[in-house]
Each structure stands twice: as structure tokens, then as C-alpha cells.
Design a protein around this ligand. Structure first.
Ligand code: NAD
Length: 351
């Protein structure tokens, strides 16, 4: 029998959860509560019960999982209340506005003997999975440096995302995805330093973008960037390995990778470029490099919900681990601090 889920928050993401969960073999949405009593539920099944308060939803003993899809500042309170009511909880990201709030939730989950997870769904983005696959299969040799960015030109949506006290801003919105994923490309490596610059180009009280540079103990680096004022976008992924480079331009997965086929240090003939002469930057030709299309990857984010259900039954290890969430929020806290102080933060013991 499918586990019954009560959804809290029937906005953009709440609707997306309803659509995706229809494909799950293990969970189904059977109830909803939204604080806005004027919500129009005509687009969803009449079998989904509408509650007029959070406590009414939590009092329903048939609901096993609470799925929180409300603005960022409300996640902690709803999660704790749901856990204390005997429910397992899935929270939208960013799970909380800082690490100490996250720890409060995890402690409550532990005390109540209930499972808690966060919807880090962009681990299932194909562009990330392609990058991971190229690196795992050593197609580019050893990873030296990676850039991941997301850019748009629409500014921040005109809703709670513009309010600081509601957890608005791009670092908490997209930053949690980009930082979460990049750590998987540097397995078993600790962060030794970090710098972040939050941008306020649009003059809101929250950041409309950011630039983050992370240095790992291998001295390999990652650069993460989000912009909301970019009418021309730079590639989403730019991955530099010891014998190749990959580029993924966009969500449509346009891109390629190029690898060395000849000798790495084959002496180049000086060439004229612009008003100068260079050997170092002499372009390569087909004799020494080969260009490939990006590999195909399969991805199905419904696995996220199914894994949580199986975790509750003790049949699977959680995809999203508590220690990953704590590390992620600690890095986010550090990014806010580095930007506020305009300093590179160093972590002598590694982060
Ligand atoms: P939204 O503004 O479209 O919807 C939020 C809904 O929550 C609204 O219907 C609102 O009335 C309701 N709400 C507010 N406070 C509530 C409360 N205390 N109790 C019950 N309902 C309440 O916002 P959204 O875009 O759906 O974002 C919701 C959450 O989902 C955010 O945390 C956001 O970061 C996250 N999100 C995640 C992704 C993703 O890909 N993982 C994408 C978009 C949004």
C-alpha cells in the first residue's frame, strides 16, 4: 500500500509535487493544507482532502508523511510540529535559513523516531549527471577545475523571494542546489577555503545572484555563479580535466567534450593571433584532439520520493544524508559570512 502524504503549501512547487508523485509506486498525496483559504483546488483530484488548518492535517492518523512546500522561513516550525505529531517529513529546500535551525529539526526527528529529508531534487538534473558521468569515467582525465552557473534575466520573482526575513535571495534559492551538487564532484575532499560575493544589482534587500569560489584540500577549485540580470548566458557547466574539457551550454543539454588524442606536450608552432605571436595559445587541430557529443544519462526524480518511503520501511539507505545537509547549510552560512566580511574564509581542519 502506498504511503499517504499530506502536502502543506499549494503554490508553484506544491503543484509540481502533486504532478510528480502521481508517478510514484510508493507514495500518494491524500491531503492538502494551504494557509490561503481562497486557493482554487479545481485542477486537482477531489479525492485529495482539503484541511482548513495544519493541526487538522496533522491530526489525521492516516497521513504518514508531511511534505512541506511553503516559503523558506516556515519550514522549521512546520517540520518540528509535524515530527512531534508522529509524521515523517520531507521539506522543500532550502531546508532552513541556517545550520542551527536545521540541527533543531534533526534533533527533533531523532527524539521522535521519525525520518526527515530535504528535496534536493537538482541532484537529478541531467546536466549534473552528465558532468558526474564524464568525471567518473575519467573521460577528461583528472578533474582540475569546474564552473557551474545558472543565469537568467528576469530578476527575482515578485513574491516572498524578495524578503530577507522569509529566506529570500538567490544563495538560499539556487545556491543550495549548486553547492550541494558540486561536493559530489570532489568526493572525499574537504574545503580549505572559500570566498563568496553576493550581488545586489537590482537593489533588493536580498541577493539577486552570487559568485562563489571553493578550494578543496587537493587544491582543485570550483566556481559557482548565479545571476538574474544576464540577457546572454554563459555555459552552465565548464569542466576542465587533465586531458580534456567539457562544456554544457544550457538545460537543453547542448554541449560537447574535447579530449587529447595525441601527445600532451607536443611542441606547437608559433602562430600569429591578433597583433601578437604565441606558441602557448596555438589552437589545436584534429591531429591531437577529438570532439565528442555529451553522453546520454537517464534520470527520474520520482526516485527521490520512492527512496524516502523505502527508508521509512528500513529497506533503503537515504539518498539525502543528514551529514550532507549539515555540511551544505554550514557552507551556506560561510558564504553569507565571507560576502559580508569580503574575506576569504579558511578552514584549517577542512569543511
Ligand atoms: P509559492 O509562493 O508559489 O507557494 C507557497 C505556498 O505556501 C502558497 O500557496 C502559500 O499560500 C502557502 N503558505 C505560506 N505559508 C504557509 C503556511 N505557514 N502554511 C501553509 N501554507 C503556507 O512558493 P513556491 O515556489 O511553491 O516555493 C515553496 C517552497 O518550494 C520554497 O521553499 C521554495 O524554495 C521551494 N521550491 C523548490 C523548488 C525545487 O526545485 N526544489 C522549486 C521551486 C520552489
Amino acid at each position: 500500500m502506498k504511503k499517504r502524504v499530506g502536502l502543506v503549501g499549494f503554490g508553484g512547487m506544491g503543484k509540481q509535487h502533486i504532478k510528480r508523485i502521481k508517478e510514484s509506486q510508493y507514495v500518494e498525496i491524500t491531503g492538502i493544507f494551504d494557509i490561503d483559504s481562497d486557493k482554487d483546488y479545481s485542477t486537482i483530484s477531489s479525492k485529495i482532502k482539503k484541511y482548513d488548518s495544519l493541526s487538522a492535517l496533522l491530526d489525521d492518523s492516516t497521513i504518514e508523511i508531511v511534505l512541506i512546500a511553503t516559503p523558506n522561513d516556515t519550514h522549521k516550525t512546520i517540520a518540528i510540529q509535524a515530527l512531534q505529531s508522529g509524521k515523517h517529513v520531507i521539506s522543500e529546500k532550502p531546508v532552513t535559513l541556517n545550520t542551527s535551525e536545521l540541527k533543531e529539526i534533526l534533533t527533533t526527528a531523532e527524539k521522535c523516531g521519525k525520518k526527515f529529508t530535504v528535496h534536493q531534487n537538482r541532484r537529478w538534473d541531467e546536466n549534473f549527471l552528465i558532468t558526474k558521468k564524464l568525471l567518473e569515467e575519467k573521460k577528461l582525465g583528472e578533474l582540475l577545475y569546474v564552473e557551474n552557473r545558472v543565469q537568467g534575466s528576469r530578476g527575482i520573482p515578485k513574491d516572498w523571494r524578495r524578503n530577507k526575513n522569509q529566506g529570500g535571495g538567490m544563495l538560499l534559492d539556487w545556491g543550495v542546489h549548486l553547492i550541494d551538487r558540486i561536493l559530489f564532484l570532489f568526493p572525499n575532499q574537504k574545503i580549505i577555503s572559500l570566498h563568496a560575493t553576493l550581488t545586489y544589482f537590482l537593489n533588493h534587500e536580498v541577493d539577486d545572484g552570487f559568485k562563489i569560489e571553493i578550494v578543496f584540500d587537493s587544491l582543485k577549485k570550483a566556481y559557482l555563479e548565479v545571476g538574474t540580470t544576464n540577457f546572454i548566458e554563459l555555459p552552465e557547466w565548464y569542466v576542465v580535466g587533465s586531458i580534456g574539457t567539457a562544456v554544457i551550454e544550457d538545460f537543453e543539454l547542448n554541449g560537447k567534450f574535447v579530449t587529447l588524442t595525441g601527445e600532451l606536450a607536443k611542441e606547437a608552432v608559433p602562430v600569429e593571433t591578433g597583433a601578437g605571436l604565441t606558441k602557448t595559445m596555438a589552437p589545436r587541430n584534429d591531429d591531437s584532439v577529438e570532439t565528442f557529443p555529451l553522453p546520454y544519462v537517464e534520470s527520474n526524480v520520482v526516485e527521490f520520493y520512492d527512496n524516502f518511503a523505502q527508508t521509512i520501511d528500513g529497506k533503503a539507505e537515504p539518498f539525502i544524508k543528514d551529514e550532507e545537509l549539515i555540511r551544505l547549510t554550514t557552507i551556506i552560512d560561510a558564504c553569507f559570512e565571507a560576502s559580508r566580511k569580503n574575506e576569504v574564509l579558511h578552514f584549517p581542519n577542512g569543511l
